[in-house]
Design a protein around this ligand. Structure first.
Ligand code: MRU
Length: 355
């Protein structure tokens, strides 16, 4: 049984402790170079999240947890705790895993005196990282059942063609990933799984997906974002499977900009559209997708490519990083507890204690 995703045969996690520092794969350097960034302070952790050295909802959360622990290792006072929490919380607004992970660390300090905060915070951050691996692996197993069901219905042997968007693979988590975890398990079990990788402008996270699938030997093909409607219309995808940054308590899904268009084309052509996400991505207090804060990023991501201008100087730009797919377009949510309908009832059935 596979123990995690490997790069050229070597097991990696996206984030780990390295002496007094936290080390993480620097995703700004991929796919060209597998480089590591070292984080020693909450400020460095915040910058890594903001600049997307680390990215993907689960990994953003774990990095923030480590960032808070790093802050407390320097100054274990209520003021430092509040300062670092506020700094980290403000880095990226859409992925709810960020606030969730910070709250987890703060909860771990509740019955500890400040002299023990640094150790308690680091212990909780490490536990969150370990738990994320387990959670994603479970999402993989439940998602594999979904893929097997799609294969059975398609009746074309053991072949399944998955369209995904952005990067919801192991790079977006600590290991395994969310939407790609079932793909890795299917590949390992000998299913002929093939992945359509959408480019994901403007940040091109599709390059990360292509990189990790390539390293794992999973057949894949990259398409421009605008090709997704065409390929779904042509019957070339058996399932659309994506991750999420925030799922409301009623099943609306915020994910990388462009996800909504894929959901619309899937619905138009009768292709199942599944969202894989852990409970830490569910905002149990939010009922309406319209309430999800949508991050807007620097215009340069759209009008420049590698520093080279693509548009006339001063062209007005709107750079939304995420969109919301209404629950009605989502065939099902794949969580660590199983698969449920994207509805208040479906989510409450799997997570009754959060009701
Ligand atoms: O802006 P990013 O790259 O952090 O956006 C990532 C996504 O939208 C992912 O699909 C989502 O975080 C799920 S990752 C398991």
């Amino acid at each position: 049984m596979m123990r995690g995703v490997r790069v050229d045969g070597v097991p990696w996690r996206t984030i780990w402790l390295d002496g007094d520092a936290v080390a993480a794969i620097d995703q700004r350097r991929l796919p060209g170079e597998l480089a590591v960034v070292r984080l020693r302070t909450a400020e460095e952790a915040a910058a890594a999240i903001r600049d997307m050295a680390v990215r993907g909802a689960p990994l953003i959360g774990v990095t923030a947890a480590f960032g808070l622990a790093l802050a407390l290792a320097r100054e274990a006072t209520p003021a430092a705790l509040d300062r670092a929490s506020a700094l980290l919380r403000a880095t990226r607004p859409t992925a709810v895993n960020l606030a969730w992970a910070l709250d987890e660390v703060r909860d771990a300090l509740a019955n500890v005196s400040p002299s023990g905060w640094a150790d308690a915070a680091m212990a909780r951050a490490r536990a969150l990282a370990d738990a994320d691996v387990d959670t994603c692996r479970r999402i993989g197993e439940h998602g594999l059942d979904v893929l097997l069901d799609v294969v059975r219905r398609a009746g074309r042997g053991d072949r399944v063609r998955v369209l995904t968007h952005c990067n919801a693979g192991w790079l977006a988590a600590v290991d395994w990933g969310t939407a790609l975890a079932p793909v890795y398990l299917a590949h390992e079990r000998g299913l002929a799984v093939e992945v359509w990788v959408s480019e994901t402008r403007p940040r091109n996270q599709g390059a990360l997906t292509a990189w990790e699938l390539g390293k794992a030997g999973v057949p894949h093909t990259v398409v421009a974002d605008n090709a997704a409607g065409h390929l779904v219309q042509r019957g070339l995808a058996d399932i659309v499977l994506v991750g999420a940054d925030r799922v409301t308590a009623t099943g609306d899904v915020a994910n990388k900009i462009g996800t909504y268009l894929k959901a619309l084309s899937a619905r138009a052509h009768g292709v199942p559209f599944y969202v894989a996400a852990p409970a830490s991505t569910i905002d149990f207090r939010l009922r309406d997708g319209a309430g999800v804060p949508i991050e807007e990023r620097d215009a340069r991501e759209v009008v420049e490519l590698g520093g080279v201008p693509l548009f006339p100087p001063g062209t007005p730009v709107k750079n939304w990083a995420f969109d919301v797919t209404p629950a009605a377009l989502v065939t099902g949510l794949v969580t660590e507890r199983g698969v449920c309908a994207a509805s208040a009832e479906g989510i409450a059935r799997l997570f009754p204690e959060r009701g």
